[in-house]
Design a protein around this ligand. Structure first.
Ligand SMILES: [Zn+2]
Length: 169
């Protein structure tokens, strides 16, 4: 058994947690989403997990239960363990592992984006320096350098949006 969250996911699906914890289901088989102020059921269930088609939140039974009751993940896991009589030994298992890893993953992703950002800025700056030294657009390398600069600039614009999203998260 890897950890308590994997163990619970193997026993209880997000749909089962939604049913037992009283989420309102619509005729489309979806439930009212606890992540946003849902007025018609947007929370769909796929295998072990759920996914909200309106706010794009979702996750497994533990994530859903944590959201429904405003609990930390480990407490949500304990609650499922008790309410579904799973009998898992919660104390013998490492705690909060997924949350620590998720933060670590986010940090790595951000620093990767930052590295890419710096790399692209160097390309643009070098291209500008080259273009400045050139006598005009009829020089052989002019369009090549200009195209490389444009590509880097396009990617910088995309990265900018991603970095803004990451900062808001
Ligand atoms: Zn939602």
């Amino acid at each position: 058994m890897n950890n308590i969250f994997d163990a619970i996911r193997g026993h209880v699906t997000a749909r089962e947690a939604a049913q037992v914890y009283g989420l309102t289901f619509g005729r489309n088989g979806r439930a009212l989403c606890p992540w946003h102020n849902d007025t018609h059921p947007d929370l769909a269930f796929y295998g072990e997990r759920c996914y909200c088609h309106a706010c794009h939140e979702g996750g497994d039974a533990v994530a859903l239960t944590a959201q429904i009751f405003g609990l930390p993940m480990l407490d949500a896991a304990k609650r499922i363990n008790a309410d579904f009589s799973l009998g898992l030994d919660m104390d013998a298992l490492p705690d909060e592992k997924p949350r620590v890893n998720r933060a670590e993953e986010q940090r790595k992703a951000k620093s990767e984006l930052q590295r890419r950002w710096n790399f692209l800025c160097d390309i643009v700056r070098e291209a500008d320096e080259k273009l400045e030294k050139m006598k005009g657009w009829d020089e052989p390398m002019f369009t090549t350098v200009l195209a490389a600069r444009a590509r880097a600039d396009d990617e910088l614009n995309l990265l900018w949006e991603v970095l803004c999203d990451a900062r808001r998260a």
